[in-house]
Design a protein. Structure first.
Length: 95
C-alpha cells in the first residue's frame, strides 16, 4: 500500500490501516526510525497513567528490537519476502 507525502511531510493513513491499528482522529502515534529507510508507526494508547501502549508492551523489549533488526538484515540480504497486504500474505501460505 502506497501513500503520497504531501506538503509539510503529511501523509494520510488509509481507513483500512487506521481500523486495523485502532487509530482514531486525535490519537497520538509514535514514530520510530528502525533502520535508515524503515519507519515504524504505532498508536500510543493510555494505560491509566497517560502514556504507553495498551497491550503492546512486548514491542518495547530488547528481544523485540533484536528480532526486528534480524528481520531487517535478512530482508536486506534477500532472504525474506515483503507483503504489502494481508491478502498477499495469506495467498503465499497456499503456494
Amino acid at each position: 500500500m502506497n501513500v503520497t507525502v504531501r506538503p509539510k511531510g503529511q501523509v494520510t493513513l488509509p481507513a483500512e490501516v487506521r481500523r486495523e491499528a485502532r487509530i482514531e482522529e486525535g490519537d497520538v502515534v509514535e514514530i520510530v526510525v528502525v533502520q535508515g529507510d524503515c519507519i515504524l508507526l504505532r498508536p500510543v494508547h493510555s494505560n491509566g497513567n497517560g502514556a504507553g501502549h495498551d497491550d503492546q508492551g512486548w514491542a518495547d523489549t530488547p528481544e523485540w528490537s533484536e528480532r526486528i533488526e534480524k528481520s531487517l538484515a535478512e530482508l536486506d540480504a534477500g532472504l525474506g519476502r515483503v507483503f504489502y497486504s494481508e491478502r498477499d500474505f495469506l495467498a503465499s501460505l497456499d503456494e
